[in-house]
Design a protein around this ligand. Structure first.
Ligand code: CP
Length: 318
């Protein structure tokens, strides 16, 4: 397959074959991660800049580890320690960083469309690591990869996504990645956090968590994003937890071999009970682990390469 993309801005324009290509590449990358020396020279001489304007634990760390596993030089930019605090704009900041010749900018920003905006002004590759409530494409890909590993397929599975759908970039990217691969998606949350237009994606909408979880193969719980909520969408966290939190009793409605996912960070005891968070069938830490292989694949395909073939073992023999 010829690879013409320069940016990963969102999954809304990704074809299923392109997602499969990234997943195949991630499988090769995962093999690298099983070796004693978990490093290949695939991106030697390339520079990856992590440009994070919003807090992150998993995404930023896994992009950094992914870049280093591929031998890229990785630079972490933190807005709180930058000249943003002196009033420099996003575009000026990005232009200044680009003038130092990175191969790829990985950007997280609280504004929807920030990565798209920069892609129109910069010539290096841009990878969206989460823009406001819009998209989180590498999370969508790692969720796809995690389900494929756990279930062997995605097509035909009932996948329930429960929580703050309105503010969730993960939900939007998962709708593209899992929906296009043939999953039967159910979106569940309070009516105030469940945009009706999401039904256009083909997903079934419900405010009844039991209906969403019943016979599900996968239950993806989302964090209540209080920092993005400008008004009260539900009476109290306690009531939200009672109505939309996943506990053993509600989860017992799912299929016997169902798995539980969550992109993190988790509000323990709010959207997910403690006992379900830490033990199987939770695959939450598998998601984090898989994020490294998926982000290695994404960096490998986008950090300056133009028409790569998928190597059986990236950098093998070097
Ligand atoms: N899933 C996710 O994006 O986590 P972080 O905010 O910690 O990167």
């Amino acid at each position: 397959m010829e690879w013409h993309r320069r940016h990963v801005l969102g999954l809304s324009d990704f074809h299923p074959e392109e997602m499969e290509f990234v997943i195949d590449t991630a499988r090769s990358m995962e093999e690298v991660l099983t070796r004693d020396i978990k490093k290949v020279p695939a991106l030697r001489g390339k520079t990856v800049v992590n440009l994070f304007f919003e807090a992150s634990t998993r995404t930023r760390t896994s992009f950094e580890i992914a870049g280093k596993r591929l031998s890229a030089d990785v630079v972490n930019f933190s807005s709180s320690a930058s000249s943003i605090t002196k009033g420099e704009t996003l575009l000026d900041t990005a232009r200044n960083i680009e003038s130092m010749k990175p191969s790829v900018l990985v950007i997280r920003h609280s504004a929807s469309g920030a990565a798209h905006f920069l892609s129109r002004h910069l010539s290096c590759s841009i990878i969206n690591a989460g823009d406001g409530a819009n998209e989180h494409p590498t999370q969508g890909l790692l969720d796809l990869y995690t389900i494929l590993k756990a279930k062997g397929k995605v097509a035909g599975l009932k996948i329930a996504i429960v929580g703050d759908i309105l503010h969730s970039r993960v939900a939007r990217s998962d709708i593209h990645s899992l929906g296009r691969m043939g999953a039967r998606l159910w979106l569940c949350g309070p009516a105030t956090l469940l945009p009706r237009e999401m039904a256009r994606s083909g997903a079934t909408l419900t405010s009844d968590i039991r209906e969403a979880v019943r016979d599900a193969d996968v239950v993806i719980m989302l964090r209540i994003q209080l920092e993005r909520q400008k008004t009260a969408y539900f009476p109290s966290l306690r009531e939200y937890s009672r109505m939309y939190g996943l506990n053993r009793e509600v989860f017992s409605l799912a299929k016997e071999d169902a798995i539980i996912m969550h992109p993190g960070p988790i509000n323990r005891g709010v959207e997910l009970s403690h006992d379900l968070t830490d033990h199987r069938p939770s695959v939450i830490l598998d998601q984090v682990r898989n994020g490294v292989a998926v982000r290695m694949a994404v960096l490998y395909l986008f950090a300056g390469r133009r028409s790569p073939s998928v190597p059986a073992r990236p950098g093998a023999g070097s």
